[in-house]
Design a protein around this ligand. Structure first.
Ligand SMILES: Nc1nc2c(ncn2[C@@H]2O[C@H](COP(=O)(O)OP(=O)(O)O)[C@@H](O)[C@H]2O)c(=O)[nH]1
Ligand SMILES: [Mg+2]
Ligand SMILES: [Zn+2]
Length: 308
């Protein structure tokens, strides 16, 4: 489908239709159509756009379920999963953690258990898109009419999973580089497929990084276990460092809370704080411009009235 016009490069912000958006189109002829309206989104998975620019980028709109795919080889990283989970909770998309390439990992049971501690109740699916191990388990999350989006680094097997679920090879798959398990970017566009059962599946190019965008609530939900421990700390403003009576540090000492998890929560909160300081001046600037415009209009109305 062709859009009515191409957006200039700096105009592809959150307003421009993203994959998964429902749009009202006007058909000109068989080859051309113009988007007239983007319908309100039920959910949107966003991230901070890569690089220095402080703006959000929509990865997928209206996704009901996010399949957070990582591989059980060198790609496995619970800290990255925490990041994805936080952004998911913020976006209104239900996450499912998918651990792919079980065929190359004899210790997949231990890794699944490790991921379950991070998942906090979110389902963890161990699969092999190669041998089809666990695919039936994954299929349980496909609901007719619902949209699922595959998210994860490149090379983890997202496109292979698409092909398996489609039952045919429509998505191009590329070998990963030796050494670092990283894939080359072969899926360059986000694409939507209708699966045999009637679920919609969106494949995305691998995300090199996922910097959170305005996701304080999502972080809080992803680390609900720590938040609830924090309620038992002696001081209400406890920073869970060296304060006496800290229930969070007590859990770390008791071995029920992974210190790396606590550290990652700190890191994500720091990122949020940094972003908030950056976003605010910009938002304030936009608001100032809006008011300036409004005042100009008001003055114009006054002038028009006087000259009547
Ligand atoms: N061993 C193994 N390799 C897989 C599996 N799934 C995908 N691959 C391979 O991993 C590489 C990257 O797969 P691809 O689907 O392109 O990853 P994407 O970048 O996430 O879309 C390809 O060489 C696939 O054949 C799996 O379950 N086991
Ligand atoms: Mg791909
Ligand atoms: Zn504390």
């Amino acid at each position: 489908m062709k859009a009515g016009r191409k957006p200039p490069a700096d105009e592809k912000g959150a307003e421009w239709p993203a994959v998964g958006d429902w749009v009202a189109v006007e058909l000109h002829d068989a080859a051309a159509a113009a988007i007239r309206e983007v319908l309100p989104r039920r959910s949107q998975f966003v991230r901070k756009s890569p690089g220095k620019k402080i703006e959000e980028q929509v990865i997928a709109a209206n996704a009901d379920v996010a399949l957070l795919v990582s591989a059980l080889d060198g790609d496995f990283n619970p800290r990255r999963a925490e990041r994805y989970l936080a952004q998911c909770w913020e976006s209104g998309t239900r996450p499912v953690i998918v651990l792919n390439k079980a065929d190359v990992c004899t210790g997949w049971r231990d890794k699944a258990r490790e991921m379950e501690r991070v998942a906090q109740g979110t389902s963890v699916c161990v699969v092999s898109a190669k041998t089809e191990q666990g695919l039936d388990e994954l299929k349980k999350f496909l609901t007719p009419g619902e949209t699922l989006v595959l998210l994860g680094s490149s090379g983890v097997g997202k496109s292979t999973i698409v092909n398996r679920l489609l039952g045919e090879s429509l998505q191009e798959v590329q070998p990963v580089r030796e050494g670092d398990s990283r894939g080359r970017h072969t899926t360059t566009m986000r694409e939507l497929f209708v699966l045999p059962g009637g679920a919609l599946l969106v494949d995305t190019p691998g995300l090199r990084e996922l910097q959170l965008w305005d996701a304080a609530e999502g972080v809080s939900q992803a680390f609900a276990d720590i938040d609830s421990l924090a309620g038992q700390c002696r001081f209400s403003d406890c920073r869970h460092e060296t304060e006496p009576g800290c229930a969070v540090q007590a859990a770390v000492r008791a071995g029920t809370l992974d210190e790396a998890r606590l550290e990652n929560r700190r890191k994500l909160l720091r990122e949020q704080e940094f972003l908030r300081r950056k976003i605010d001046p910009e938002a304030r600037h936009v608001e100032k411009q809006r008011i300036k415009h409004l005042m100009r209009e008001v003055r114009q109305i006054h002038r028009d009235r006087k000259s009547d």
